[in-house]
Every structure is written in C-alpha cells, then in structure tokens.
Design a protein around this ligand. Structure first.
Ligand SMILES: C[S@@+](CC[C@H](N)C(=O)[O-])C[C@H]1O[C@@H](n2cnc3c(N)ncnc32)[C@H](O)[C@@H]1O
Length: 223
C-alpha cells in the first residue's frame, strides 16, 4: 500500500507567469531534497507541513495571519506551485517554503521524527469510489507517518466536505495510538480560511467538517 499515490495525475495548463515563477523562484523558496533542519529552515520557528495547497490562496492567508510559524506548502500540481511562488515573492513572505512534489515521499525521506508542529490537509482528494479508498491521504499507514513526524503536543488538522471520508478519518485517527481528538467541528477550526475546493463543495450543498488531533506528549500512552 505504501507506494500508492494520493494524488491524481492532473495535466493543467501552466501559464507563462506560473512557468516563470517556477524557473525563477523555486530555487529561492523551494524546499531542497535534503534532511529538514528545523533550526535553519525558518530560524527555529514551529513548522507546519501543508499537504495539498492547491492554488495556495489559503496558504498565503494563513502565512500572513501566523508570522510566528513557518509553512512548508506541498503540492504536485505545477500551475498552483508557480502561482504560490509568485505570491510569496510579491508579498515578501519569509515564512513559506514550497515543496513541488509528493509530500509523502518528503515526509518519509527527509523529515526527522518529532520535528513538525502541525500537519494540515484541507480538502484532501476524497477518492469517493470504494476501489480508490486505498489512495486516500487519511489511511492507516500515512496517518501513522504523520503522527511520527509531529513533535509531542503537535497537531494534525484536516477538513473535508465528504461525510464518509470524515467518518473514515475518525476511524483511522482513533486507531492511531499516538493521537487524541481535540475537536470535531462543523465550524472552521483555528481560523482556517475558506479554500477553493471548500467553496466548490459548499456551492454543491456539502457539509464541511474540521477535525483536529494532537500527538500525545508522552510515548507510553499517557498524556
Ligand atoms: C482536492 S485538492 C485541495 C486543494 C486545496 N487544499 C483546497 O482546499 O482548495 C487536493 C490537493 O492535494 C494535492 N495532493 C494530493 N496528494 C498529495 C501529496 N501526496 N503531496 C502533495 N500534494 C498532494 C493535489 O495535487 C491537490 O492539489
């Protein structure tokens, strides 16, 4: 199961501005394929990994609202990567870095255990067909991986507009020994901005759930 990708192979047209953003700015604001050093990437600020930022508008809002935390924003979708890089540059943001690639590969290969303050995934691909559930980001092996990479007391924050995926998330996260549920809410938690995919879901009449989990502060099952 571990090599099953969680994303669609989307083509998507890359505009000239997005291509230029990637060529010029990925070397500046991109995340290098080397072991993550929490002391240097954002000068020791707590680190958030956002898996699947899409177009990145919500990422920018969160980075502006939380200058005291650093965001590694990951997506495989090239147009969104170019767009986010251009926005970071225009706004002069120093607390966002961009990973153009598979966040799971990055977590496995380059992120030391216990070094993230938060993993967030807003409206991860729902993979609604039963035969595709194995592609979901919130499946046991990947939730375990995320939990391992959190510092004690660190958070997983996820939002979805698919009720059955929310149920599956609850089941998978409840089975992960290292995690405890903090909140299960019909309102956005922790000032989460509305995202593009969320807006589409709301127009279709979907209900949105935010789930917040925390890694236990000790490893023997006690908090
Ligand atoms: C449904 S979209 C949601 C985008 C955005 N968060 C929003 O709410 O508008 C899910 C995004 O996750 C990205 N994604 C899925 N699996 C990923 C992975 N393993 N690493 C990086 N990005 C991933 C997809 O490319 C896609 O852009």
């Amino acid at each position: 199961m571990s090599d099953i990708r969680t994303f669609h192979a989307r083509k998507g047209r890359v505009s000239a501005a997005e291509r230029d953003g990637i060529d010029r700015l990925l070397p500046v604001f991109g995340v290098a394929a080397v072991e993550l050093d929490p002391q240097t990437i954002f000068s020791g600020l707590p680190i958030i990994l956002e898996i699947g930022f899409g177009l990145g508008d919500a990422t920018i809002e969160m980075a502006l609202a939380e200058p005291e935390r650093g965001i590694i924003a990951a997506d495989v979708h090239t147009p969104g990567v170019g767009r986010l890089l251009n926005r970071i540059d225009e706004l002069g943001l120093t607390n966002v870095r961009v990973l153009h690639g598979d966040a799971i590969d990055y977590l496995r290969t380059f992120v030391p255990d216990g070094c993230l303050n938060e993993c967030r995934a807003f409206f991860p691909d729902p993979w609604p067909k039963a035969r595709h559930h194995k592609r979901r980001l919130f499946r046991p092996d990947l939730v375990h991986l995320m939990a391992q990479k959190l510092e004690p007391g660190g958070y997983i924050h996820v939002a979805t507009d698919w009720a059955d995926y929310a149920d599956a998330m609850r089941t998978v996260c409840a089975a992960e020994d290292e995690l405890t549920l903090v909140a299960d809410s019909a309102e956005p938690l922790r000032h989460r901005p509305t995202t593009k995919f969320e807006a589409t879901g709301l127009r279709k009449g979907h209900d949105v759930r935010d789930l917040l989990y925390q890694r236990l502060t000790t490893t023997n099952g006690q908090r």
